[in-house]
Structure formats: C-alpha cells, structure tokens
Design a protein around this ligand. Sequence first.
Ligand code: GLA
Length: 389
Amino acid sequence: MNKENLIKQYKAIYKKSPTHIIQTPGRINLIGEHTDYNDGFVLPIAIDRYTNMLASKNDDGKVRLYDLKYKENDEFNLDNFEPSQQKKWSNYQRGIAKVLLDAGYKIGGMDVLIFSEVPEGAGLSSSASIEIAILLSFKELYNLDIKPIEMIELARKAENDFVGVKCGIMDQFASLLSKEDNALFIDCRTLDFQYIPLSIQGYSFLVCNSMIKRKLAESSYNQRRQECREAVKILQKHLPEITVLRDVSINDFEKYKLYLPEELKRRVEHVVYENERVKQAVEVLKKGNLEAFGELMYQSHKSLKELYEVSIEELDLLVEIGMNEPGVLGARLTGAGFGGCVIYLVEDSSIEHLKEKNLDVYHRKIGLIPQFYKVVPSRGAYVWLNGNR
Ligand code: GLA
C-alpha cells in the first residue's frame, strides 16, 4: 500500500493526519543460526518487506492502535496496563511501552495505524519489525534521547519479558540497523557490528515459505537454549573460563567433547562450527566468492538438520530441490526452524525454473503450495515522514 493510501486510511480512522510514518523491515539471516543467544556471530540482512506505522500524539495518555491486517483496534492507558489476552497482537506495542516506562523514559499517548507487509509466522521477524516500529514512534514523537543499541536491547527485553518469547538479539538488530546492499555482521557478545558489502549482481536471495507455521517453535527453541546452558556447565569442569558456548573454540570442543552426552555434543558441535562458518562467510563475501558462500549455506543447513535438529522434512525437501537445481549456489533454513522459510542464493536466470520445480515437487510430495519472495538486502528502520521537522 502506498503512502497516500495509508494516510487516507489513517484520516478515516482518527479524523486527523499522522505526523509520522515509520517503516521497519523484516529480515532473513544469511548464516549463523542459533548462535545469537550463545553470544556468537550472525549475518542477517533486512528485506524489502516492511511494517508501516503511522502515528501522531494525543494528550489523553492512551495508546490507540488500529491494525489494518487484522482490521482490529485496541487501546491501553499508559498509567495502567497489562498484557492483553484477547488481542495478543498488541502485546508487542504494550511491551515496548512497558520497557520504555521502566527505563524511565517520558512517553505519552499516541494514535497509531499499523500495516505490515512482513509475512507472519514465517520466521521473517514480523514481530521484531513491529517492536522497532513502535519504539521508534515513541522516540520520534516524544524526542527520546535513546541510542540504537539501547533500542535494540529494550525491544528484545519487551519480547523476552512481556510477550514471553525468549529470542536472541539478532532480529531487532537487523530491523533497526541494516543497510542497503549490505549484510550485517554482528558480534552478539560485544554488540559490535560491521557492514559487509554484498556483490551479488546476477544473483538473488529467494525466500521460499514452506507454509508450515513454526510448530512447537517456542518450546523447542527454549529447550535448545537450555541444552546449550547445560553443555556449558559440563564443559566448565574442564574449561573453567568459559561462560557461554561462544567461548568454546573448535580445538576445545574436539578435545573435550567426550565429556558431553551425545545429544548435547551435537548441539555444541553445531554452535561451535556455525560460528566459524559465519566468520568464513564474511571473508568469502568480501571477496565476492558466492560459490564458497553457497557451500557454507548448505553446510549450515546440514548442521541445523543433523546436529541442532531444528529442521523439518518440508524444509529439508526445499533445500534438496535447490541442490539439484543448476543456478542455485546455496540453500538453508533461515530463522529458528521448525517451519517457516528456506532461502536460496540463485542465479537470476534460474529463478523461474526453480520456482516451477519447487511448486511441482513440493506440492506433489507435501500437498502445500509454497510462497516465494524475491528479496533485496535493504535498509533498516527509517522515518518516512516526520511532521515535527
Ligand atoms: C529466532 C530468534 C533469533 C535467533 C534465531 C535463530 O529468529 O528470534 O534471536 O535466535 O531464531 O538463529
């Protein structure tokens, strides 16, 4: 939907014009999966699918929300509010208000219209894009002096503590700070980041949605986090200086893996080698070596499937189709797994053929019709309209 249309909708609902329009993207992760909460490395890009948020102040201390996708409204009073049981979608907005108030920021009411183009439940971080959008709306409307890294940490806190999803820091980071034509290389311990220019002329990232909503995603995700903590405890007996899996080198792992039960050994092996793959990915991408990068994508998927065990048959099939398709350099699941999307790095001239093949094989074997989104590495959050300036 274009800007004019959104503004028209806003006026129809609130009988006034918005002073601000914020756009915040979803993301795909190119490589580095289940490493962020182990303080490791990740390499996401923002995608050109955005949450649009139109807002203006009100002076009655209420946050009024209208979500165009759900065609539903909600409101809460900043003086006194709880998580909503009926309209769970508004808990992202409520959570952000809560963390800002708890941190001592002075915020007031606003009238907000939300229209998100980021597919939901597909592992493309629609929730992080909403969190960053509402945070940025408060920041802009109430002139909050708040630095990007603090915004990212607060958004993650809202999701962890208020919404109740124990995610890592990657998604909020990518939605806020990504840059066009670049990947974002994040050290999730220090929160230092670097932009890695992507020279992918003639190739694209094609996202394929398996149409399987992430099953058991939360419980299995939390279980993996717990397994990583348990593994650290065991390894600490031999490596007393470690606090998270990020601290375990490949050498350490190979030397001490015999002390780990089989399942935990697989989990640690994934994390330790995946961190290494992210660093290698950065090097090969800097050299423009897309073949080598594609190979790392395949290795990452194999590891997520066999060692971290977060893939499902449908995602494996989509990756396998890519492997047998000329023009595809790499494929892997992106995000938490258990459903959601696979990404392909594919030559532009092969995209249509890959899609046809996918539609045919996936539909025949799984009975579902996958969806495709060709995405470009995009900029992070930005203020599209600022009526105060
Ligand atoms: C989800 C979480 C991220 C990250 C990925 C797995 O997307 O929100 O923080 O842990 O899973 O890499």
